[in-house]
Design a protein around this ligand. Structure first.
Ligand SMILES: NC(=O)c1ccc[n+]([C@@H]2O[C@H](COP(=O)([O-])OP(=O)(O)OC[C@H]3O[C@@H](n4cnc5c(N)ncnc54)[C@H](O)[C@@H]3O)[C@@H](O)[C@H]2O)c1
Length: 355
């Protein structure tokens, strides 16, 4: 088992990574205190809830099962979670166990942040995206009709338990979308990781337990390092947005239905890399290599022909990460070396979007 630690401004969070971790009853039982509320969704419950309920049986947990997907990340679900805590008689020593993807993690984390001004949350992520990203770092929240993640809080989990074998039941597209976020860490801070991902690509696609666990571990180490240096996203943490401004524009323009987040980020990372080439900062071969790796991982890397570059450029101008009317982008100087730029001529951005 790999045991990592994230030191943050209120203490530390232990992160355990091991195939079969959810079969280890004591790992879960040792992570909780007081009354326990398990929050999960229907898909995850069908495959993984019984083990978790068994491991926590001594705590007589309650379980809230939500409909799967982004529509559950609302204030209404948050109220449901708080009502479940009321029914449970939860006190300040209670624990919420978030068993699921980023939707469950963000929602359950926000319920834990707000119940009695903050109780323990244990993140048990079951999507690749949640294992390498969403479950680590303490960002929690819900969506409003006006926009995604508009309400939320920083609330670090007490513990993160990552069992890579839970990914065997994940839909193939969801799994590959998570691989895009794994590639992101290599692109912004670890060129040698990209080499490894290139050689391991076929095994990763087959969800080979050893290679997948190794990739998750390395990605989690990167997330932990970035968050420990910059918990409140004042600087370094912004680099994790590589590919995201381009990606969000594509998600928005296609109504959030055509691309999964990770798929849009894959396209966005290639566009950001090509912009680096256009600006003379990044070698064309490096951008091609990044695109090639994403293609090997069966991810999209190009804007579909029916999506207008001008419309994407407009969305990018409205991105919430922009400051003082300037588009803020994470660009590469080399594979493994990224920096935030806000001095890019919008014409050059359009040029890349048109490619
Ligand atoms: N807090 C953060 O730092 C952070 C970072 C990135 C993303 N996010 C958030 O994460 C959310 C997306 O997370 P996601 O991609 O995990 O989506 P998700 O939680 O909707 O999960 C994707 C789908 O997979 C299903 N699923 C999950 N685990 C499964 C398993 N093991 N087997 C079978 N099915 C399974 C779910 O039911 C769902 O249908 C977004 O709301 C995003 O804003 C948060």
């Amino acid at each position: 088992m790999t045991a990592l630690e994230l030191n943050h401004d209120r203490g530390r969070c232990a992160i355990d990574i091991a195939p079969g971790l959810l079969d280890d009853r004591s790992a879960l039982a040792d992570a909780v205190s007081g009354r326990v509320l398990i929050v999960t969704d229907r898909n995850v419950a069908a495959h993984h809830l019984p083990r978790v309920e068994r491991a926590l049986a001594a705590h007589r947990p309650s379980t809230l099962v939500l409909p799967p997907g982004e529509p559950s990340k609302t204030l209404a679900s948050w109220t449901q979670a708080l009502d479940a805590l009321v029914d449970l008689g939860a006190q300040r020593d209670a624990t919420i166990v978030a068993l699921g993807g980023g939707v469950v993690g963000d929602l359950a984390g926000f319920a834990a942040a707000s119940w009695m001004r903050g109780i323990r949350v244990v993140q048990v992520p079951t999507t690749l995206l949640a294992q390498v990203d969403a479950a680590i770092g303490g960002k929690t929240g819900v969506n409003l009709p006006a926009g995604k993640n508009l309400v939320g809080a920083f609330h670090q989990p007490a513990r993160v338990l990552i069992d890579p074998t839970t990914l065997t039941t994940l839909d193939g597209r969801e799994f590959r979308a998570g691989l895009a976020e794994v590639v992101k860490y290599g692109a912004i801070r670890d060129a040698a990781f990209l080499d490894r991902l290139e050689s391991d690509a076929p095994w990763l696609l087959d969800r080979d337990a050893d290679r997948l666990t190794a990739a998750i571990e390395r990605a989690v180490r990167h997330k932990v390092e970035v968050v420990a240096d910059d918990e409140r996203e004042a600087g370094q943490r912004a680099l994790l947005n590589f590919g995201h401004t381009f990606g969000h524009a594509l998600e928005t323009e296609t109504g959030y239905t055509r691309f999964l987040h990770g798929e849009a980020v894959a396209v966005g990372m290639v566009q950001a890399a090509r912009l680096g080439v256009l600006l003379g900062d990044l070698a064309a071969d490096d951008a091609d290599r990044l695109a090639g790796l994403l293609e090997r991982l069966e991810l999209p890397t190009r804007r579909p022909d029916d999506v207008s570059p001008a419309a994407l450029a407009e969305h990018m101008k409205l991105d919430k990460k922009n400051q003082a009317g300037r588009i803020r982008l994470v660009l590469l100087d080399a594979l493994g070396a990224a920096r935030v730029r806000d001095d890019i001529d919008p014409e050059r951005i359009l040029e890349v979007l048109e490619q």
